[in-house]
Ligand binder design. Structure first.
Ligand code: HEM
Length: 180
């Protein structure tokens, strides 16, 4: 996983729980990389998972809630760091349609070793927009936070339902967005 993700996780922990917390997480989880994350590096995904589990144990906040919160934080960062993607479309659904065939394609050019999920969508029902997430990393909570924060960005409100499933090592989630 890209160092950008790790450095933003560090920033979020600093912001929400204070600067000592991240040091405690690194001490407790003893990451093989040493924990000096730079945004251009690439690190084992498991190091992030271990820190989230440790943070949950120390704060009493569920891991899924922490990952969703991190999705909100990342979306805010992306909306300034990658503002052009947000400017190209004018609403949440058009933005979500662009992730797989445009946004993550550009991300992969920028970071050739990025490990990206696969998204597909179904917009055949005018009442509900379906977005399907699939990845071996099982970060549907991160996707949920990113979706929620994207709708905040475009100032739209949706009821979001989610059905998770697993097929061997592949984690899948179907998100159903209904305008409210
Ligand atoms: C401008 C918008 C976006 C940018 C620049 C972006 C960029 C990235 C980057 C850099 C990674 C990390 C890859 C790695 O560390 O190897 C990533 C992963 C991911 N992205 Fe995006 N992304 C964007 C929008 C979204 C949105 C809206 C969603 C959700 C619907 C999403 C879902 C995910 C998920 C869940 C991952 C974690 C990897 C996985 O689950 O396999 N992204 N993205």
């Amino acid at each position: 996983m890209k160092g950008l993700v790790f450095s933003e996780f560090t920033n979020l922990v600093d912001e929400k729980f204070g600067p000592e917390m991240i040091e405690d997480l690194i001490d407790a989880t003893a990451p093989a990389s040493g924990g000096a994350y730079t945004s251009v590096g690439t690190y084992a995904h498991q190091e992030l998972v271990n820190m989230v589990v440790e943070l949950s144990a120390r704060t009493g906040v569920d891991t899924s809630e922490l990952v969703r919160l991190f999705g909100h934080h990342l979306a805010k960062v992306f909306s300034t760091k990658f503002a052009e993607f947000f400017g190209e479309v004018s609403n949440t659904i058009d933005f979500l349609k662009q992730i797989d065939n445009h946004i993550h394609v550009e991300v992969a050019k920028l970071y050739p070793d990025a490990e990206l999920p696969v998204f597909s969508f179904d917009d055949s029902d005018s009442q509900v927009f379906r977005l399907n997430y699939s990845s071996t990393r099982g970060l549907a909570d991160l996707a949920q936070g990113l979706i929620e924060a994207t709708s905040d960005f475009y100032q739209e409100k949706f009821q979001i339902e989610r059905i998770d499933s697993q097929d061997g090592e592949l984690y899948q989630a179907q998100f159903m967005l209904r305008r409210i």
